[in-house]
Design a protein around this ligand. Structure first.
Ligand code: CA
Length: 231
C-alpha cells in the first residue's frame, strides 16, 4: 500500500470491533476506534479518516445523526453496519449520504472488499475524473457525444435510460437507493414510484447486459436499490 489509509470504526460491540481492527491491521490499514457516536464525531473532525465504518445501533446516539454530523464537513465514504432488523434504518442511512452497507453477521472479506471499493471511489473523485470515455468490458460510453456502445456498436437509449446509466456509472461501486435514483432522475419527492424505476431498469438492462439474469454491470440490491459493479 503506497499511502497509509486510516479507517474509523464506530462500533459498540467489542467483539465485532476488535475483529474488524485486527483484520484491518493485517491488511495494512491504520485504524481508530470508538464505541460512541459523540466520540466518533470528534475523532472524525480531528483525524479526517479515509473511510468510516458505522454501526447504526449505538448506545448514545442514533447512527443517522452521526451521518448527518459527519456529512456536514466530510464527504469521506461511510460504510454502514446494520442488523437484519434495521432494514428501514439502513435505507435512511444511505439516503442521508452513507455510501454502502453490510448486514450483520457479515464476512470480513466482504467488509474489506467494500472498503477497497470505497477508497478507490474517493480517490477517483478527489483526482480529476474528466475522462470523456468510460469503458468496461463490452460497454463503452462517450460522455461528450452522449453515445453508448456495446461491442463497439452504437445502441439507442432513451434520455431517461441514458441518465439512469450515467448516474449509476458516475457512482460506480456505491449503492444508490430507490429514493436517491428517483430524486436524481425524476425529481420525485420521497415515496416516488419504485415500480416505474424497476421497468426502466429492466429495459436498460436488456439493452446493455448480455445476460440479464446474471447482470455484469447493474447489480440489484434487493429492497434497497442498485449499484453499478466496480469489480
Ligand atoms: Ca451496536
Amino acid at each position: 500500500m503506497e499511502r497509509e489509509i486510516t479507517v474509523l470504526i464506530i462500533e459498540d460491540d467489542k467483539y465485532i470491533s476488535n475483529f474488524i481492527c485486527m483484520s484491518l491491521k493485517q491488511e495494512g490499514y491504520r485504524y481508530i476506534k470508538t464505541s460512541t457516536g459523540r466520540e466518533a464525531i470528534s475523532l472524525c473532525y480531528a483525524n479526517n479518516p479515509d473511510v468510516i465504518i458505522l454501526d447504526l445501533g449505538l448506545p448514545d446516539m442514533d447512527g443517522i445523526q452521526v451521518i448527518e454530523h459527519i456529512r456536514s464537513h466530510s464527504e469521506k465514504p461511510i460504510i454502514v453496519v446494520s442488523a437484519r432488523q434495521e432494514e428501514a434504518e439502513k435505507i435512511r442511512a444511505l439516503d442521508m449520504g452513507a455510501d454502502d452497507y453490510v448486514v450483520k453477521p457479515f464476512y470480513m472479506g466482504e467488509l474489506l472488499a467494500r472498503i477497497r471499493v470505497a477508497v478507490r471511489k474517493s480517490e477517483k473523485t478527489q483526482g480529476t475524473e474528466l475522462q470523456s470515455i468510460f469503458q468496461k468490458d463490452y460497454l463503452k460510453i462517450d460522455f461528450e457525444k452522449r453515445m453508448v456502445f456495446i461491442d463497439e456498436k452504437e445502441i439507442h437509449l432513451t434520455p431517461i435510460e441514458y441518465r439512469l446509466l450515467i448516474l449509476l456509472v458516475k457512482n460506480r461501486g456505491k449503492v444508490l437507493t430507490h429514493n436517491q435514483i428517483l430524486g436524481r432522475i425524476w425529481g420525485y419527492e420521497e415515496g416516488g414510484d419504485a415500480n416505474s424505476l424497476r421497468v426502466f431498469m429492466a429495459t436498460l438492462r436488456r439493452k446493455i447486459e448480455k445476460d440479464t439474469t446474471n447482470p455484469r454491470f447493474i447489480i440489484t440490491e434487493v429492497g434497497v436499490g442498485y449499484r453499478f459493479s466496480d469489480e
